[in-house]
Design a protein. Structure first.
Lengths: 331, 174
């Protein structure tokens, strides 16, 4: 500790940390509510039915009612389970979901902390989720849960490779792991999606698989595995998994926005250091809408198709892409 | 003692408690799965110590590789064979007991002897985080050969796993 640090009882830096944590939690819960409503409404529209309509205007309060219902449910712990791990699994899945919010730059002045290895921080923290899914699947002592968890790991490990390789292509160009640095490298409309559209597609496909979204939602394929690793969970246990999944989707789309879509950059706004978060959220939610659109439009792939798609197409393409990027950068 | 200092020391003690707790869980639990998860807790605690010592890159790598990859692989291997209701019996019989306590005592003596005999020099005051640059330079200039050889070790590990997991070969008529 350097001696110049403020010595007051409640230093401003501590207030900043508290404020960041509160904002992160607000974003997580707000995103879960918005996404829950959008998903149900759009799912209805894609299937030519109205979706939730009863509670509030066009069912806009449906999620609040559902939340009350889930909180009010009795917490069932089935017999023959590992009681402690069964309780802990949703928490282990949810807790790391909040942490990446600290390093995501929403606007030039809206960022918890600019970390020079922010990208690695997000990847490291999100890796804990795989462990949580495994614990959930194992502690339930249920065949469906176990199979769902095992699929999830195979999928996550496989798709991490093309994701990291495409990410490396971007890093080769920007020369920094700092998320702010990556956004600033794309200022003035020079978004990386224009220079490397293939990388964008590979990355987006890989994030679909990493967040267990359709058409790669095999860990929770309801037609074969009831609900996969969360079969035995009810009430708040289930809703924590549910919120964690939407948060991971948000993080994945934020990363895609930061890496390929220029982050907060867009037409100038008044008080742009803060309000350009609007562009960021607009891009993130467009990507999230695409994810919902894909989920309700395409059928689920088979497991061998899933792994073949990764190892035979995504990995070779991303490797070639990395090589080409390296050559172009060094020319 | 300023508030920051107080918080930092508190975090340090918290991480130590986490490591000791995880270690005890690893050693004493009767369920293999609990032991592995205790190990994961230890790794997270060690990552916290790296963070505390001002080396976030090492902390991130610790979480990414040890928790996100090694522990996941261990859990993956265990979860198929053991169900949550099967606890192992304590076996304090002859050879096991002697071997285990011998190994533990020898390891303890070796480590503490090294710790006591080493002359520790305090690191120079640093401004900012240079751990990543230093690591990069060290790996790709000074220790290039070792760095490359480590990947060969990994390759051999994978090959060994394949050989062990391969089904027994039938005699080929040709």
């Amino acid at each position: 500790m350097s001696p110049e640090m403020p010595t007051g009882f409640f230093p401003p830096e501590l207030l900043r940390i508290l404020f960041t944590v509160i904002c992160a939690i607000v974003i997580v819960f707000g995103n879960a509510v918005v996404m829950g409503y959008l998903e149900r409404k759009l799912a209805g529209r894609f299937q030519r039915r109205p979706g939730p309509m009863e509670v509030g205007w066009h069912g806009i309060l449906q999620l609040a009612v559902d939340g009350v219902k889930l909180v009010g449910k009795q917490l069932m712990v089935p017999k023959q389970t590992d009681k402690v791990l069964y309780r802990l699994a949703p928490i282990i899945s949810f807790a790391p979901a909040i942490m990446p919010m600290v390093v995501i730059p929403f606007a030039p002045n809206l960022q918890g902390r600019d970390f020079d290895i922010g990208l690695i921080f997000i990847l490291a923290v999100v890796a804990i989720n795989v462990l949580a899914i495994l614990i959930a699947g194992w502690s339930s002592n249920n065949k469906y849960s176990l199979l769902g968890a095992m699929r999830s790991v195979a999928q996550n490990v496989a798709y991490e490779i093309p994701m990291l390789l495409t990410l490396l292509s971007v890093i080769l160009v920007t020369n920094t792991f700092s998320l702010r640095g990556i956004v600033e490298a794309q200022s003035g409309g020079a978004w990386f999606i224009f220079f490397m559209p293939v990388a964008f597609l590979i990355f987006f496909a890989a994030t679909l698989a990493e967040t267990n979204r359709a058409p790669f939602d095999l860990p929770e394929a309801e037609s074969e595995l009831t609900a996969g690793f969360m079969t035995e969970f009810s009430g708040m246990g289930f809703s924590l998994f549910f919120m964690a999944e939407y948060t991971y989707m948000f993080i994945a789309c934020s990363l895609t926005t930061i890496l390929f879509l220029g982050g907060w950059s867009g037409p100038p706004l008044p008080y742009g250091e803060y309000t350009s978060a609007l562009w960021f959220f607009a891009k993130v939610y467009s990507l999230l809408l695409v994810m919902i659109w894909i989920r309700w439009t395409f059928p689920r792939v088979r497991f061998d198709q899933l792994l073949n798609f990764c190892w035979k197409y995504l990995v070779p393409f991303s490797l070639v892409h990395l090589l080409v990027t390296a050559v172009v950068v060094k020319l | 003692m300023t508030l920051y200092r107080f918080l930092a020391e508190g975090m340090f003690l918290g991480f130590i408690v986490l490591i000791v707790f995880g270690g005890m869980l690893t050693v004493w639990s009767r369920l293999l799965m609990h032991a592995v998860l205790g190990l994961a807790v230890v790794f997270i605690g060690v990552a916290g110590l790296f963070f505390h010592l001002g080396s976030p890159f090492m902390a991130m790598m610790q979480v990414l590789i040890y928790v996100g990859a090694v522990c996941v692989m261990l859990v993956f291997g265990i979860m198929v064979g053991h169900s949550p209701t099967e606890t192992d019996q304590l076996r304090w019989s002859g050879n096991n007991f002697l071997l285990a306590s011998g190994t533990c005592i020898a390891g303890f003596i070796l480590l503490s002897a090294t710790l006591i005999r080493t002359h520790w020099t305090a690191a120079a005051e640093r401004v900012g985080d240079y751990s990543m640059q230093h690591l990069g330079h060290a790996f790709l200039h000074q220790f290039v050969l070792a760095f490359e050889l480590i990947s060969v070790v990994l390759l051999i590990a994978i090959l060994g796993a394949i050989i062990i997991a391969r089904p027994p070969q039938e005699t080929d008529p040709s």
